[in-house]
Design a protein. Structure first.
Length: 110
């Protein structure tokens, strides 16, 4: 369920969906060696998109890491942590603009 890139969106949820999709894709490409997300990574992307769509805070949400409501199942949360831990630092090399926007969102909660 990829996010439509043709129509630019300023919504936080859409931006986070694109960032998660990029980070999981980067993880799968660089760590697992697949040119496109494998079945497990594609399932993680779908799960993350579903969680973002159902976020109780909507556009006023904080980063998922700082959220008081843990909506991820423990196994999926651990997978996402692994992906973020691997992809976060590498995003600065592969997509600096997206990395900076993501980190500013983490810091300022926008």
């Amino acid at each position: 369920m990829p996010v439509d890139r043709k129509k630019p969106s300023r919504s936080r949820i859409d931006r986070e969906k694109r960032t998660v999709e990029y980070m999981v894709g980067l993880y799968c490409r660089k760590k697992e060696g697949y040119p496109i997300p494998c079945a497990e990574c594609a399932a993680l992307i779908r799960y993350a998109h579903d969680r973002l769509d159902r976020c109780v805070f909507g556009e006023a949400k904080t980063s998922c890491r700082r959220c008081p409501v843990h909506c991820y199942r423990p196994a999926m949360r651990e997978k996402m942590r692994r992906v973020m831990r691997f992809s976060g630092p590498r995003m600065l090399l592969y997509s600096p603009r997206r990395a900076i926007a993501h980190w500013l969102g983490e810091i300022f909660g926008r």
